[in-house]
Design a protein around this ligand. Structure first.
Ligand SMILES: Nc1nc2c(c(=O)[nH]1)N[C@H]1C(S)=C(S)[C@@H](COP(=O)(O)OP(=O)(O)OC[C@H]3O[C@@H](n4cnc5c(=O)[nH]c(N)nc54)[C@H](O)[C@@H]3O)O[C@H]1N2
Ligand SMILES: Nc1nc2c(c(=O)[nH]1)N[C@H]1C(S)=C(S)[C@@H](COP(=O)(O)OP(=O)(O)OC[C@H]3O[C@@H](n4cnc5c(=O)[nH]c(N)nc54)[C@H](O)[C@@H]3O)O[C@H]1N2
Ligand SMILES: [Mo]
Length: 758
């Protein structure tokens, strides 16, 4: 564990009055519309509206207020009374707006009208929907479909996503990257390989039965706060929590439940982690291998002493392959190497492993701290090794639970948004819609970036998100971006990606999920899939931010109709008029997962899609759950060198990805600014720096490209030596586009090699 130091910033417990204040301050800024309280009351409830923030599961028996600080902020952000109107655009050139901060751009409020970029005046000008669709269709028809990219951020509903993917394939490509490519694609690749399922194996009920939960690189206090409730309940019934994270994240240290009057009015809070290990960024393969060594040693000792097993021998024999090779590798790895690579002591790792051994049922949860690394794949397969040893997959109270990001990011993949044709039932689509779907591999996020840099990609459509700000290699990308022929952004609020435009550019404003979606067939509900594979319906009830807005479904259909030849089997207008007919189409394409879809839309707690691995059916190459050998002991992609640091790009408690709600990272004690570098006090001293000094960070990745971000204030913080922290997305210009997980190509945003420029 990193040594304590008085000079580092202190924070209290997560939740409590701080989170109430956080909601209140957002409310003051956003000046929400009158319906907001009612909306919050309906948030994440059956026949209510599903939060636009994180993807964490929604219980069948919700709390009185089933939302968290950040869920409330997301709702307030969407229901703001502020408006970004054509008048605003008339007053500012796009070049001027490029100088604005992310926060200030979104603070202009909801977009109200479709806009076209006019390069002669360097301004956005209003246009009609018809003009926009016709122009987009004309441009797309003139382009080779293979040279176009249809991106989606993980918010759009199952209905929109299904149509969007179908549009891409009817048009002629599989270039369907989504935010998952920067996020949990590592999970989709690694878990698929070793347990045959691209998603986690847990359901909410498992949290009520486990004896231990291990957190690796996931920060629930900030990113999935509703998870803190089941976590607190688990701790109260004696479940032990062990955390591996370079940073002592407040939500994993202690929690004050804002819904508990006793905790709110007294100093009481619940201690969350029994053991908190500040592993070095990129040190998890080593730490987990150390745990495996301890479990194997415990097996030998127990067998010698009383002929009983620590390993689940029956499970290993019946359900797994590769155990001997994995064991040989763990045996051959020395504790010296494990301590050096993880930055943890053998005693600490053994203590964590002993908790694992003593727990009959264990769950592991993980996030970006494992997936966003060059060897992120091996982080996950090594973690799976440990979980297989004691048969902790496929029984109640046990399992692997990746905590997903965007509210429907998992669901988008389920209904066809994928650059990987092998994951999509193309034959079924061919049959259902009478066409020949493209069979070649499409572009994922990194490949799309490379294609844009090389000038091969000519058009980009963004279904939500802030692609240019979220991706790596930002400087070069912005330069290349403007050379594209067509860029289209479908969005609710203005962001930086809307200011970097192709020759022909449209900004199309859409309804938010909390708003009434009125179509020919009446008010429409949409659906999404949470991180625990449950599908929920969501019904917006607020008056739309502007009468000119269209739903995402209508926008996708509008572009598709203007681009594609009419096809009697593809009834765009009927689909837009009644989303139940889209759900029927989804059910036809995916009968196993979505049979009787319309009858199940409002199932309390969502309807569970099922997961073969949970039933111990392994859809892997070997037909077994697969033990594997990692390709090394570190998940970062470079060697240590004097002056070279491992940069972790961080999310604050006051942002949702590139949306910055404010400048208060209350849980880490960073207030009033995001332009900071968090550093261990000893590293500050050794580098000859002092607290408060303003420095720059420069990428040290061994290529000739100059990448630098300046204006950052040094702030002492309890991090392992050699690791520094600074905020995402501000640091994205530092990440080389080629610096990504080898298997999934997720950018390695948690271990970027940098130097300090004083
Ligand atoms: N309020 C809010 N909620 C969000 C988001 C948001 O931005 N704001 N984003 C949403 C999205 S899209 C996503 S994907 C999720 C992201 O949620 P998380 O998966 O929690 O992602 P991060 O906060 O980026 O990083 C998680 C943790 O990894 C730790 N870490 C960094 N490097 C390492 C390492 O090498 N090893 C280990 N063990 N830990 C490491 C960091 O200290 C951090 O605590 O949250 C979603 N929810
Ligand atoms: N350095 C670094 N980079 C990262 C990460 C990191 O940890 N570090 N994390 C990565 C991860 S996990 C992710 S998921 C990506 C996120 O990348 P994206 O998903 O592309 O980005 P967001 O910031 O979530 O997108 C915000 C924008 O979405 C639009 N929006 C909001 N609601 C809606 C809606 O209902 N409909 C539509 N159409 N638009 C809407 C708004 O205009 C808003 O400005 O970033 C990745 N980049
Ligand atoms: Mo994400």
């Amino acid at each position: 564990m990193a040594d304590e130091d008085d000079t580092v910033h202190y924070t209290g417990s997560e939740g409590g009055w701080g989170s109430m204040r956080g909601i209140f301050e957002t409310a003051l800024r956003e000046r929400p519309r009158p319906g907001v309280l009612d909306t919050l009351r309906r948030q994440n409830k059956v026949e209510g509206f599903m939060c636009v923030s994180c993807a964490w599961g929604k219980p069948a028996k919700p709390h009185a207020f089933e939302f968290c600080e950040n869920g409330a902020k997301a709702t307030l952000w969407e229901l703001t009374t502020l408006r970004c109107t054509p008048d605003f655009f008339a007053q500012h050139t796009v070049t001027e707006l490029k100088g604005w901060k992310d926060y200030d751009l979104e603070q202009t409020g909801r977009l109200t009208q479709p806009m076209r970029y006019d390069s002669a005046t360097d301004k956005y000008v209003p246009c009609s929907w018809e003009e926009a669709f016709t122009a987009i269709g004309t441009e797309l028809k003139a382009l080779d479909p293979g040279s176009t990219v249809f991106y989606s951020s993980g918010r759009a509903s199952l209905e929109t996503s299904y149509l969007y993917a179908l549009f891409a394939r009817l048009y002629g490509h599989n270039n369907l990257p989504d935010s998952s490519n920067m996020c949990h694609e590592t999970t989709s690749v690694a878990l698929k390989e070793v347990i045959g399922s691209p998603v986690g194996t847990c359901v909410l009920d498992d949290l009520e039965h486990c004896d231990a939960i291990f957190f690796f690189g996931q920060n629930p206090g900030t990113n999935s706060p509703r998870l803190l409730h089941p976590l607190q309940e688990a701790v109260k019934r004696g479940c032990r929590i062990v955390t591996f994270n370079p940073i002592r994240e407040t939500g994993l240290v202690s929690f004050k439940n804002p819904q508990s009057p006793v905790e709110m009015l007294t100093p009481k809070s619940t201690k969350i982690s029994t053991l908190y290990l500040q592993v070095k960024a990129g040190g998890d393969i080593a730490a987990i291998t150390g745990m495996i060594k301890h479990v194997l040693a415990a097996e030998e000792a127990k067998w010698a002493k009383d002929q009983q097993h620590v390993l689940d021998m029956d499970f290993i024999a019946q359900h797994t392959a590769g155990f001997e090779e994995m064991k040989a590798h763990a045996d051959a790895t020395s504790w010296d190497q494990i301590e050096a690579e993880s930055g943890l002591s053998r005693a600490d790792i053994e203590e964590a492993a002993q908790i694992y051994v003593e727990s009959e049922k264990a769950i592991c949860m993980y996030g970006m701290g494992l997936t966003q690394h060059v060897h992120g794949f091996h982080n996950l397969t090594t973690l799976t090794n440990l979980w297989l040893l004691r048969g902790n997959i496929g029984r109640q109270g046990a399992g692997i639970s990746p905590v997903r990001g965007h509210s429907n990011v998992q669901g988008q993949r389920t209904v066809g948004i994928s650059e990987k044709p092998e994951l999509v039932p193309l034959d079924k689509l061919a049959d259902q819609y009478g066409f020949a779907p493209p069979r070649d591999h499409g572009l994922n996020t990194v490949a799309a970036c490379q294609g844009i840099l090389e000038g091969k990609v000519k058009a980009f459509i963004g279904l939500g998100g802030n692609f240019v700000r979220a991706i790596p290699e930002q400087a070069a990308m912005e330069e290349a971006w403007v050379k594209m022929r067509l860029t289209v952004q479908i969005a609710t609020k203005l962001n930086r990606s809307h200011l970097i435009n192709g020759e022909v550019a449209y900004l199309l404003p859409c309804l938010g999920r909390s708003e009434t979606d009125m179509q020919a067939g009446g008010a429409q509900a949409v659906t999404m899939e949470d991180s625990l594979s449950c599908v929920h319906g969501s019904l917006g009830k607020n008056t739309p931010a502007s009468r000119h807005l269209k739903s995402e479904v209508a926008i996708v259909a509008g572009m598709a109709k203007a681009t594609l030849a009419p096809n009697a089997k593809v009834p765009w207008d009927r689909w837009v008029g009644d989303y139940a007919t889209i759900r029927d189409a989804i059910a036809e394409t995916y009968p196993d997962l979505f049979h009787d879809f319309n009858d199940r839309v409002f199932t309390p707690g969502g309807f569970y899609k099922g997961n073969a691995a949970r039933e111990r059916v392994w859809k892997t190459k070997s037909g077994k759950a697969q033990f594997t050998v990692p390709n090394g002991m570190r998940s970062i992609g470079f060697d240590d060198a004097p002056g070279r640091f491992r940069l972790i790009t961080l999310r604050s408690n006051d942002q949702f990805n590139t949306t910055i709600y404010g400048y208060s990272d209350r849980l880490r004690g960073v207030e009033g600014t995001r332009d900071v570098v968090l550093m261990n006090p000893k590293d500050i001293a050794e580098a000859g720096l002092r607290e408060g000094q303003v420095i720059a960070l420069k990428t040290d990745a061994g290529d000739d490209v100059h990448r630098q971000v300046g204006g950052l204030t040094v702030m002492p913080f309890l991090l392992p030596r050699g690791c520094i922290g600074a905020y995402y997305p501000e640091m994205n210009p530092l990440i080389p586009v080629w610096y990504h997980d080898e298997a999934s190509q997720v950018p390695a945003a948690k271990g970027v090699p940098v130097r300090i420029v004083a």
